[in-house]
Design a protein around this ligand. Structure first.
Ligand code: TMP
Ligand code: ZN
Length: 413
């Protein structure tokens, strides 16, 4: 089995003018949680370095770990966090309004996971179809009444689906575009499968938020692309699509929802897109220097966080982690925050409980341990859910416990 594929050209525009601005070193797969008996075995590590395309501005990884390795022990349970569910409700409503969808309309979700987004669509009486390569998740979706094709989305899948179900009036792809190595296959497939007056709606973490808020820990092997509007627009135009609107979202530390239609022939770029592109330019998203500064900011953050934790440890305080998110595993591995600083991590996901984090081998316990054990501090590694977690753990705070939020700046509350 080939373990990694090395790109020499930009994933979006094929240019060779790639500039490496951040090297997070060798790191285990951030969702590779370990059983106790696996702790003694050496862990496989893979390079994690990020590149900026000098030609089109697309930010990306060039080392692509074989998905079989990446998703081997991986059971992604979609977050049931309220913010995520509210976002799905809103997405389904907006999409149905946009095309005036009715009972004859077909909605296809690429990377449909356990079918949660499509459940929201189903309540509008439209026909739905999920496409997802994970067998266990497709099974759950089907059990929940969401028809699902258990396949990787490609040009071939698009053709097969089109033959079997017809063209789609709405195609969605949330938090999946960044995971896909071959974007040309996917966009080609979308273009083929979308009806002439249909919409394609995608959501992904927004590069502008990542850079602005130093969200370096959202950079990991699974996320191959870090996308902003300008290079995205250039890319989708090559597939006969155009952007009709874009909306920034608060989820995952700052995401963006982009709605596309088939090209109308009009050369006019919508005002929201012009605005976002000028915001990106103004911020310096298309200047190398911005990325060099970003790397420096990651170093400053490391110093600040590690010295804060060391100081508390010196005072004899007990610190634990909150949320064994993949990003938390990036942060702890990259900053060398191990069991010497965090006694354990609590997490609501049943399958992570009882396991150990990749690399740092920190044990994961259910959330209730926080109140039973009453440590002095909880470092919120799932910082994108900080508000929800703090709200949920009011009793810990009332009892004198404090939260440390690492990103965008170290804050103790
Ligand atoms: P994610 O950002 O990759 O979805 O990871 C978030 C992690 O945080 C996931 O492992 C679940 C965990 N979590 C909790 O433990 N408690 C919570 O209240 C929330 C919202 C998330
Ligand atoms: Zn490029």
């Amino acid at each position: 089995m080939v373990k990694v594929r090395n790109l020499t050209r930009c994933r979006a525009c094929q240019s060779r003018r790639l500039y490496q601005f951040l090297d997070l070193g060798e790191m285990p797969i951030p969702n590779g949680f370990l059983k106790k008996e696996e702790l003694k075995k050496p862990e496989e590590k893979f390079e994690l370095a990020v590149f900026y395309c000098r030609n089109c501005g697309f930010v990306q990884l060039t080392v692509v770990v074989n998905p079989i390795i990446m998703f081997k022990n991986y059971v992604y349970i979609p977050s049931t966090a309220k913010v995520m569910m509210n976002n799905f409700t809103n997405l389904a409503y907006t999409a149905v309004q946009e095309v005036g969808a009715g009972e004859k309309s077909l909605v296809i979700d690429i990377g449909s996971n356990d079918g949660s987004l499509l459940t929201f669509f189903k309540s509008y009486g439209v026909k739905v179809l999920g496409i997802d390569p994970a067998e266990n998740l497709a099974k759950i979706a089907i059990m929940n009444g969401i028809p699902t094709e258990c396949k990787l989305f490609s040009l071939k899948t698009a053709a097969e689906v089109k033959k079997k179900y017809g063209k789609a009036d709405i195609i969605t792809a949330t938090n999946v575009i960044a995971h896909i190595d071959n974007l040309h296959e996917v966009l080609g497939g979308v273009s083929k499968l979308l009806s002439d007056d249909g919409v394609f709606i995608t959501e992904f973490p927004y590069l502008l938020d990542l850079v602005r808020k130093t969200e370096f820990d959202t950079i990991y092997h699974e996320h191959l692309s870090y996308i902003s509007v300008k290079p995205w627009r250039k890319l989708i135009e090559r597939f006969g699509l155009e952007i009709v609107s874009a909306q920034r979202l608060l989820i995952h530390g700052g995401s963006i929802r982009i709605t596309h239609r088939k090209k109308s022939g009009s050369k006019k770029i919508p005002d929201t897109i012009k605005y976002l592109e000028s915001l990106e330019e103004h911020f310096g998203l298309y200047k190398e220097k911005t990325y060099d500064n970003f790397s420096l900011k990651v170093e400053l953050l490391r110093n600040e966080l590690v010295s804060t934790l060391k100081e508390y440890k010196k005072q004899g305080k007990r610190i634990v982690g909150y949320g064994a998110a993949a990003k938390g595993n990036v942060l702890t591995n990259c900053f060398g925050i191990g069991k010497n600083m965090l006694d354990y991590i609590v997490d609501s996901t049943p399958y992570k409980q009882g396991l150990f984090t990749p690399g740092m081998h920190i044990p994961v316990y259910p959330e209730r341990k926080l109140l039973e054990d009453k440590p002095d501090f909880a470092l919120i590694l799932a910082w994108n859910f900080a508000d929800e977690i703090i709200e949920k753990q009011k009793a810990f705070h009332r009892g004198g416990g404090r939260f440390i939020i690492p990103i965008p700046k170290v804050r103790v509350v």
